[in-house]
Design a binder for this molecule. Structure first.
Ligand code: GDP
Ligand code: MG
Length: 196
């Protein structure tokens, strides 16, 4: 999609704040620091619109990015090591779970995993959870620029095996620095946008 207009509509801390539109939504999930903001920036052709950070686990909001009034990207903050209290983590976990299971506008979920390593137990749990709820899922293996090209196939099969990826799930290797995989990710999103 040709992207010119993007707007961070809301950083929501509760359901009442979610946009009240029928625009399709695509959620981005993954551990803190895996590259969610960087992927968002590449998809919308911006350098640092979605703030990237080397400080993991601080955001505890669902960030809705309105892209051309055609789709919302919903940045779901990292699971794993969020630097917040147990109570806060539970509250936020419930909010994410409700969003992912009950949001009518949600068309699909992009789960990011770091392609340099095998998916972590948190990644596996998240993926199993997405399968349990039958959410259309794309796995994006990030930071592939840090992996030698000769090792790409091995990393692909490690991701497939560790997550036990089923045949409804697509898998794309991605690099934000080289913008590799951008068109394939957009293609998957546009397919989902057309589907109810
Ligand atoms: N080399 C490389 N670094 C990346 C890539 N994606 C993200 N990063 C870096 O990883 C760190 C965390 O990225 P960010 O997008 O903020 O992760 P988020 O916490 O999931 O939103 C930042 O320092 C990014 O510059 C990538 O594809 N390649
Ligand atoms: Mg981020």
């Amino acid at each position: 999609m040709e992207v010119n207009n993007v707007d961070l509509t809301i950083s929501a801390v509760s359901e009442e704040q979610y946009p009240q539109t029928e625009i399709p939504e695509i959620a981005l999930v993954g551990r803190s620091n895996v590259g969610k903001s960087s992927l968002t920036n590449v998809l919308i052709n911006r350098r640092n619109y979605a703030h990237t950070s080397s400080q993991p686990g601080k955001t505890q909001t669902l960030n809705f990015y309105n892209v051309e009034d055609k789709v919302y990207f919903v940045d779901v903050p990292g699971y794993g090591y969020a630097k917040v209290s147990k109570k806060e983590r539970e509250r936020f976990g419930k909010m994410i779970e409700q969003y992912l299971t009950q949001r009518e506008q949600l068309r699909g979920v992009i789960q990011l995993v770091d392609a340099r390593h095998a998916p972590t137990p948190d990644d596996v749990n998240m993926y199993n959870w997405l399968r349990y709820y039958n959410l259309p899922t794309l796995i994006v293996g990030t930071k592939i620029d840090k992996v030698k090209r000769s090792a790409w196939n091995r990393q692909l099969s490690t991701i497939k095996k560790t997550l036990k990826i089923d045949n409804t799930t697509s898998l794309i290797l991605f690099s934000a620095t080289e913008k590799k995989g951008k068109d394939d990710v957009w293609r998957w999103i546009e397919e989902r946008m057309g589907n109810n």
